[in-house]
Write a protein that binds this ligand. Structure first.
Ligand code: RIB
Length: 305
């Protein structure tokens, strides 16, 4: 069982479903409203836990109803929540999500996620020492992410960074990342290379980056810089929120299998995740993922590299 340490955000997702995205200045009548647990850190932690990893999440919520609900929900998934702080001075983070034809537009108000600081990680240093892999995103302060990378390095642990939302990364942080997992836009922004072809950027980071392309699957450069493609799996999408998070959580859970095998399983997990509502709703359990991968049709749709 892989021991995954996640450092990241915890949000309540406030989801409005519409037939079209509203135009500037327009008032639309929506179809439905629902709240779902979310936040990139929490989503990735749940994805890894559902796939059999032993997961610890370091994060920060407000001392409010959303915070209590989210923390209890994470514990119910079997996640170690002892390092999730309840801050008195900020509200739990929320994401206002407009869901339209399975696609989405998201505004995040980070709230307590912005209070997660290096001192929170120092308090949880034992978790860095005892994990197999550390996974982080960019919905908590960059200084905290940098400290997570430094602690992972201090304890000799691989550090996976999902650079979302997109942000330029300092060279010192890039040096400490074992695996970067951007989409195409995030790759260019993270590396400060807005005009470069993604193929060039991938080839320059042998074994160090997996780039996701939504339904198009994932691309990564192997140890000698050759670009490999893991095609996407065909499913009927209901809600694409959290597909990237599922991919990342799965990648960490299957880290011990090597990059190509982990990317194959993570692509399948990401595909399954979009078949149900809510960021975490469709995240598969290990048995569901295994059954999906055993299905001959799905195997045929995927030309594994
Ligand atoms: O990646 C999806 C997540 O982004 C949502 O759950 C939302 O909370 C935002 O953080």
């Amino acid at each position: 069982m892989t021991r995954v340490l996640v450092v990241g955000s915890i949000n309540m997702d406030l989801v409005v479903e519409t037939q079209t995205f509203p135009r500037l200045g327009e008032t639309l009548l929506g179809e439905r409203f629902a709240t779902y647990p979310g936040g990139k850190g929490a989503n990735q932690a749940v994805a890894a836990a559902r796939l059999g990893a032993a997961v610890t999440l370091i994060g920060c919520v407000g001392n409010d109803a959303f915070g209590a609900q989210l923390k209890a929900g994470l514990a119910a998934q079997g996640i170690d929540t002892r390092w999730i702080r309840e801050a008195a001075t900020a509200a739990t983070g929320i994401a206002a999500i407009t869901l339209c034809q399975a696609d989405n537009a998201i505004v995040v108000v980070p709230g307590a996620n912005q209070l997660l600081g290096p001192a929170d990680l120092d308090a949880a240093e034992a978790a860095f020492a005892s994990c197999d892999v550390v996974l982080a995103q960019l919905e908590v302060p960059l200084a905290t992410v940098q400290h997570a990378a430094a602690l992972a390095s201090k304890h000799g642990k691989p550090f996976i960074l999902n650079p979302a939302p997109a942000s330029a990364l300092p060279a010192a942080l890039l040096d400490q990342i074992t695996l970067l997992t951007p989409n195409e836009y995030e790759l260019a922004v993270a590396l400060g290379e807005p005009d470069a072809e993604w193929q060039t950027l991938l080839a320059a980071l042998p074994g160090g980056v997996v780039m996701t392309k939504g339904a198009g699957g994932a691309y990564f450069s192997d140890a000698d810089g050759t670009i490999q493609h893991q095609p996407g799996f065909k499913v009927t999408p209901v809600d694409t929120t959290g597909a990237g998070d599922t991919f990342n959580g799965a990648l960490a859970a299957f880290w011990h299998l090597g990059l190509a095998e982990a990317a194959w399983r993570a692509s399948a997990a990401g595909a399954l995740s979009v078949t149900k509502a809510g960021a975490q709703g469709g995240m598969p359990r290990l048995t569901e993922l295994d059954a999906f991968l055993r299905d001959g049709l799905q195997h045929a749709a995927s030309t594994r590299s």
